[in-house]
Design a protein around this ligand. Structure first.
Ligand code: NAD
Length: 259
């Protein structure tokens, strides 16, 4: 299917690997010009080279921490008028809420709520003027079904989700949509580090821990970054102009609810 977005400009955050990279690759396959960012320059440049080689797309890079004001300034200088914005950053650490002082909460809120809101604030009026905009926030299945050890994530991402639910209804008449993608267990470094911690705690081999975790998912496996990217590209398509304020789970059936 031609998504009708060839030649559009996208800013894809936290995209040197994992889910952000999956989104960048899928958009590039549809002819979108990219600015991708991540903190580490070397991995970022390698990702950009891979995407260029696979798709022939124009890919610029910004090595920055998107959760800082300087990082956002650099990202927006490189891509001042994105048609597509994919918000993403690393997730907060696990733990017990009794250990989290104000500083831990502010850090999680900065990364997973206030940074995406600030990037939306800085780019959405241009999208409205140009009568095209697609914003996709990478959140987590934790928004629908909280994960007990990830309280910082449950809280910060739910704050973003609530804010977006209101704003998305105001911009859709200008052909500017805002949706959230909710990953379940996707096969990335982030998932592998969580599984490595579980394997260590329970004295399992990494393979045994991976197999146990995958068996608990109705699909019987982890999701891929390509599957995730394809969903992102669809939400950014011309065809998705009537879809806004939605929370899409990509979790192999792990969420047990009917709705
Ligand atoms: P990953 O570790 O594979 O990749 C993270 C990417 O983000 C890397 O490119 C890294 O350089 C970049 N990054 C991290 N912090 C950044 C920052 N402050 N500024 C700029 N770049 C930054 O992780 P992933 O699995 O792709 O996860 C992406 C998001 O999705 C995270 O917030 C994660 O918590 C969330 N999530 C992932 C899963 C999963 O199963 N993979 C499930 C639920 C939620």
């Amino acid at each position: 299917m031609d998504l009708g977005i060839a030649g559009k400009k996208a800013l894809v955050c936290a995209a040197s690997k994992g889910l952000g990279k999956g989104c960048a690759l899928a958009l590039a396959e549809d002819g979108v010009e990219l600015v991708i960012l991540a903190r580490g320059k070397e991995t970022l440049e390698a990702a950009a080279a891979e995407i260029r080689a696979k798709t022939g797309a124009k890919v610029a890079t910004v090595a920055c921490d998107i959760t800082t004001p300087e990082g956002r300034k650099a990202a927006l200088a490189a891509c001042p008028e994105p048609d597509i914005l994919v918000n993403n950053a690393g997730g907060p650490p696990p733990g017990d809420f009794r250990e989290w002082e104000r500083e831990a909460w502010i850090k999680a809120l900065d990364a997973n709520m206030l940074t995406p809101i600030e990037l939306i604030r800085r780019t959405i009026d241009g999208m409205i003027r140009r009568r095209f905009g697609r914003i996709v926030n990478i959140t987590s299945s934790a928004v629908k079904a909280p994960i007990d050890i990830l309280g910082l994530s449950n809280g910060a991402r739910s704050g973003l989700t609530g804010f977006v639910a209101g704003l998305a209804r105001k911009t859709v008449k200008h052909n500017v949509t805002i949706n959230n993608l909710l990953p379940g267990a996707m096969d990335t470094d982030r998932l592998n580090s969580t599984i490595a911690a579980m394997a260590k705690n329970r004295n399992l081999t990494l393979e045994a821990a991976r197999a146990e975790r995958a068996a608990a998912i109705p699909a019987g496996r982890f999701g891929t970054i390509n599957e995730f990217g394809a969903a992102c590209a669809f939400l950014c398509s011309q065809q998705a102009s009537y879809v806004t304020g939605q929370n899409f789970l990509i979790d192999g059936g792990a969420y047990p609810g009917t709705f």
